[in-house]
Design a binder for this molecule. Structure first.
Ligand code: IMP
Length: 185
């Protein structure tokens, strides 16, 4: 897909590497919850593609649900405030929950979600994140299943967006904007 003029995309993680890593993460989850049911909760919208691929590789009884939060505006900077836009459809009490995130950045979203979900008494609560930018962390949270640790670059593709665009890219790409829009959107 062509980038909008002046927005430059550079592949960071190829689709083949993503596929392989998703299979490995699913295998790990399958091993960790052997003989049990796993309830995956996708954080909309960024995690929808990762969750779709992940759940199909998990060899256990599974169920899925989604929660939508907003911590970012239309651009690249976090507002630091997390709001629930769409809550879960059903209770998670007593369930083995794996919260599925696209990327761990400042950790504000994840620490908020962990607090909210823990109050609902799941049997287990783990975190799977496709990507992790550990250098950006403001809250001390970490993923139990992390696909790739990446440098401090703004990335799009495989579910991740910039102003709702680029989610459909099959590779994870670094997005470079023209200099005049940096930090102003
Ligand atoms: P956090 O609360 O700062 O950890 O941000 C988490 C959310 O910010 C992620 O679930 C993404 O939706 C978004 N985000 C953070 N970094 C990026 C990025 O590089 N590209 C696209 N979205 C990002």
């Amino acid at each position: 897909m062509p980038a909008i003029e002046e927005e430059k995309l550079k592949i960071l993680i190829r689709r083949s590497a993503i596929e392989k890593r998703v299979r490995q993460v699913a295998k790990q989850i399958t091993r960790d919850f052997k003989g049990e049911r796993v309830h995956l909760i996708g954080v909309l919208k960024g995690a929808c593609i990762f969750l779709s691929d992940l759940v199909r590789e998990i060899d256990l009884e599974t169920s899925i649900d989604f929660i939508a939060v907003s911590s970012y505006g239309k651009g690249k900077e976090s507002s630091g405030q997390v709001r629930v836009l769409k809550d879960l459809d059903s209770s998670i009490e007593g369930l083995n929950v794996v919260l599925v995130e696209d990327i761990l950045d400042t950790g504000l979203t994840l620490s908020y979600l962990l607090r909210v979900l823990q109050q609902r008494k799941p049997k287990a609560l783990r975190v799977a994140a496709l990507l992790d930018k550990p250098s950006r962390r403001l809250k001390q949270v970490k993923g139990d299943y992390v696909g790739f640790s990446i440098p401090n670059e703004f990335v799009v593709g495989y579910g991740l967006d910039y102003g709702e665009r680029y989610r459909n890219l099959k590779d994870v790409c670094v997005l470079r904007l023209p200099p005049e829009t940096h930090g102003t959107i």
